[in-house]
Structure formats: structure tokens, C-alpha cells
Design a protein around this ligand. Structure first.
Ligand SMILES: [Ca+2]
Length: 197
């Protein structure tokens, strides 16, 4: 079956970040009044900027944030430049949860695994992130991961368009007023997708 264009499933989400939330994102200073994107859950995908390197290669490095609220997966999308393939070589993740809670995290990508020129369910692969608990500081339970990987992510297969979808879920419902966040950073290379063989 054809995979729908997932880029169309996301809308823009802008949230003004208050001082407390800003601190949780590693920001400093007083109350922020600038509207910034703090999560991409069901929101506009985070774009990837292609960075030319001196040797001719094209690099990328991008951050995606997802904020789960319960034991069902929440997701966010890293948008791949049109017609490009990401070659992900490093993934770093930090999760912040209420003390005593923890997360399951993974991300998925597409490549034409069955080589039929059609973006279908055979083309999705899941990449689990192994987190190491860092304990709790000031009531915030943290876990981190930093892994050398080799993952391919195509933006287009046939008429289907895809991104890198990150996911996270908690081991239970987020308490009222609680804060939970999984922040992913991907680093790697950008190449053109070769023609279908
Ligand atoms: Ca396919």
C-alpha cells in the first residue's frame, strides 16, 4: 500500500516558553516572551539544514524534541530535504521525567527495502535507543544515550515522502503539572537518493 505523505500530517505548533520550562530545556534567563517551537508532536517537522564541508561532503546536525504524556507513544518528525537521503552516524538522546518515572524511546526511518519503488510498510525500520539512567536531580529523572550508529533515511520512495520519526512514551500518566521530554540530536551526512536500480 502507498504510505501517505506524512509531511501533510503535521501543523505548526508555537508555544511561548515560560521561565520554568525554559530552564528545563537548558535555557537560562528570565521569562522568555519569544514564541519558539518546543516540540514537534503533531506539529511542523523540524527541517534539516545541509551544511557543505570542505571536502565536498554535505553534513547535517539536528535536534528533535518529543513530549510524551502517558504510556502511549508520542512522536515528532525530522524533515529530510526533498530527494535526499540522511546517513545518520550518531544519535544522542536525553530524557527528562518526573522523579521515579522513565521512558521508552525509538525512532524510525524509511528506505526502499523491498526495492519496488513504492513507499510501503516493508520499508520502515525501527531503531531502539538504549538509555542509561542518570538518576534524579531536583526532582527530574534523567536518562541519556549517545550512540555511534549507521542508519539510512530516505525522503522519497516512489510518490511517498518520509522523515525521521522520533518516539517516546512514559511508564505511566504524566502527573498534572508534570514535565517530560525526550530530546534527540542526530548527526550525519546528506546525499542524493540514487535512482531506483
Ligand atoms: Ca518499497
Amino acid at each position: 500500500m502507498n504510505k501517505p505523505n506524512i509531511h501533510t500530517r503535521f501543523a505548526v505548533l508555537l508555544i511561548a516558553v515560560a521561565a520554568a520550562a525554559g530552564a528545563a530545556y537548558g535555557q537560562t534567563g528570565a521569562t522568555k516572551t519569544t514564541a519558539v517551537k518546543v516540540t514537534n508532536t503533531d506539529a511542523e517537522a523540524v527541517p534539516v539544514k545541509i551544511i557543505p564541508m570542505a571536502d565536498g561532503r554535505k553534513a547535517f546536525q539536528a535536534r528533535v524534541i518529543v513530549q510524551p504524556t502517558a504510556n502511549g507513544f508520542s512522536s515528532a518528525l525530522l524533515q529530510i530535504p526533498a530527494g535526499k537521503r540522511l546517513i545518520i552516524e550518531n544519535v544522542s538522546v536525553i530524557t527528562r521525567s518526573p522523579e521515579g518515572m522513565y521512558m521508552e524511546t525509538n525512532y524510525n526511518t524509511y528506505i526502499d527495502n523491498n526495492n519496488d519503488g513504492v513507499g510501503d510498510i516493508a520499508d520502515i525500520t525501527f531503531h531502539r535507543v538504549v538509555l542509561a539512567d542518570q538518576g534524579a536531580i531536583d526532582g527530574v529523572q534523567m536518562a541519556t544515550a549517545n550512540h555511534k550508529v549507521l542508519v539510512f533515511a530516505d525522503e522519497q520512495i516512489g510518490t511517498g515522502h518520509f522523515g525521521v520519526q522520533v518516539q517516546a512514551r512514559l511508564n505511566g500518566a504524566l502527573p498534572t503539572g508534570g514535565f517530560a521530554q525526550a530530546q534527540y540530536t542526530f548527526s550525519g551526512w546528506v546525499e542524493d537518493i540514487p535512482a531506483v536500480q
